[in-house]
Structure formats: structure tokens, C-alpha cells
Design a protein around this ligand. Structure first.
Ligand code: HEC
Length: 202
């Protein structure tokens, strides 16, 4: 009895540990692999290995590929995602993932927009809409509600005049101290325009 028990325990351990040799392209033993591998075409995964998942295949290994192969043979490079048509204008940005308390990373971000007069003028219009009532037209912290909303920063003070455009973008996105976040009201592109304008304040 005891022998059988230790054999069972030993075999289970061996099976469990056999799944642990993951690394590189090898995910190790996967429990319920259909949860990880999309059978339909999935724009963000492309499994090019025709044998991937052969041991699971119950359906169509006969047509030359196993369960997880999901490349789209009709697209260039068999990609699942389509290449945008020529002359597509790049819109939007990747989601901003720098967390609120990591402003030192944001300091190093580079504004993707050019410093043209048009961009600065658009930044000014947005600033007048979203920031002026607290920070005031010259950024001195003397906007119309500043006497009610205590502690509004003077953006031209010695402490703040050196901040980077990434820093300003981050503060608009997440807020800081007494200032609320504006990330839900102002699009990323508009935040960069405002940052350009704020840097022109003297
Ligand atoms: C409701 C008032 C209010 C509005 C609206 C507001 N701010 Fe602020 N802002 C503050 C206050 C208050 C502080 C000081 C925060 C602190 O240090 O506690 C501040 C601080 C800042 C700072 C300095 C951050 C730092 O590193 O110390 C920047 C830059 C800034 N705001 C930019 C903006 C921009 C750009 C806008 C418009 C998108 C804006 N703010 C809108 C109240 C406001």
C-alpha cells in the first residue's frame, strides 16, 4: 500500500515538475492551452509553427497544420494584422503607462510634436480652456479661481521653469498634489500641445 502511495506521489511530482521547463519560445506544459492560444485569427498573435499544438489536435492536422497555427496565408507575410494602406496618417499614441508616482521617467519623454507656431497656438487655445482658470494666462498661478483654489503653482517660478515637456504631460495626465488629473478630458495629442505652450511662458 505504502509503496503504491509513494509511487503515486512521486509520479505526480514528476509530471508537475515536467511542466516547469519553460523558457524562450517554450511555454512549458500548459493547462487548458486553448485559453492562451486563439484558434481564430488574432491580430496580436501569429503562430507560424505549423506543428504548434499537434499533440492536442483533434480537428485538422490533415490539412497541414496543427491546433495553434493561426497565420493568415492571404495576407502579406501571412500576418494576421493587415498592413495599413499606403499614405495612412498615423493617429493617436500608445496608451500612456507611466504610473503617477514615476514622474522621473516622464521627465525624459520627448514631445512627439514639432515646435511650430501653429502647434504652440493650438496649445495656447487648449491651455486657455483647461488651465487658465487656475494657472492664469501667463502661468503665474493667478487665474480667476486661484484665490479660491489655494496653492496653484506658478509655472514660471524658478522651481518650475526648468521642467521638461514630459513632466508637464505627466502632470496633466495624472495630476499632482493639489492638482487633479486631466487625462480623461484632454487627449494625449492635446496634452503635448499644451506642454509646448507652457514651455513658452516666461
Ligand atoms: C483646479 C486648478 C488647476 C487646474 C485646472 C490646473 N492646475 Fe496645474 N496645478 C494646480 C495646483 C494647485 C498645482 C500645485 C500642485 C501641488 O504641488 O500640490 C498645480 C501644479 C501644476 C504644475 C507643476 C507640477 C510640479 O511638478 O510641481 C504643472 C506643470 C501644472 N500644474 C500644469 C497644468 C496644466 C498644463 C493645466 C491644464 C491642462 C493645469 N495645470 C490645470 C491647479 C490646477
Amino acid at each position: 500500500m505504502r509503496v503504491i502511495r509513494s509511487l503515486t506521489v512521486g509520479a505526480s511530482l514528476a509530471i508537475a515538475l515536467a511542466g516547469c521547463k519553460a523558457g524562450g519560445d517554450n511555454p512549458g506544459l500548459e493547462y487548458a492551452p486553448n485559453m492562451y492560444h486563439s484558434v481564430p485569427y488574432d491580430p496580436l498573435t501569429q503562430i507560424t509553427d505549423k506543428d504548434a499544438g499537434w499533440w492536442l489536435t483533434s480537428i485538422d492536422y490533415s490539412d497541414g497544420h496543427a491546433e495553434f497555427y493561426n497565420s493568415n496565408p492571404f495576407n502579406p507575410h501571412a500576418m494576421n494584422m493587415r498592413v495599413p494602406p499606403p499614405n495612412t496618417v498615423k493617429r493617436g499614441h500608445l496608451p500612456y503607462r507611466i504610473p503617477k508616482d514615476s514622474i522621473e521617467f516622464a521627465d525624459r519623454l520627448v514631445n512627439p510634436l514639432d515646435s511650430t507656431a501653429a502647434i504652440v497656438a493650438q496649445g495656447k487655445a487648449l491651455y486657455m480652456k483647461y488651465c487658465n482658470h487656475c494657472h492664469g494666462p501667463q502661468g503665474k498661478g493667478d487665474g480667476p479661481v486661484a484665490d479660491k483654489y489655494a496653492g496653484v503653482a506658478n509655472l514660471t517660478s524658478d522651481a518650475l521653469k526648468g521642467i521638461s515637456e514630459g513632466h508637464i504631460f505627466h502632470v496633466i495626465t495624472h495630476g499632482k498634489g493639489l492638482m487633479w488629473a486631466h487625462g480623461s478630458q484632454v487627449s494625449p495629442e492635446d496634452r503635448w500641445k499644451i506642454a509646448k505652450f507652457v514651455k513658452t511662458l516666461k
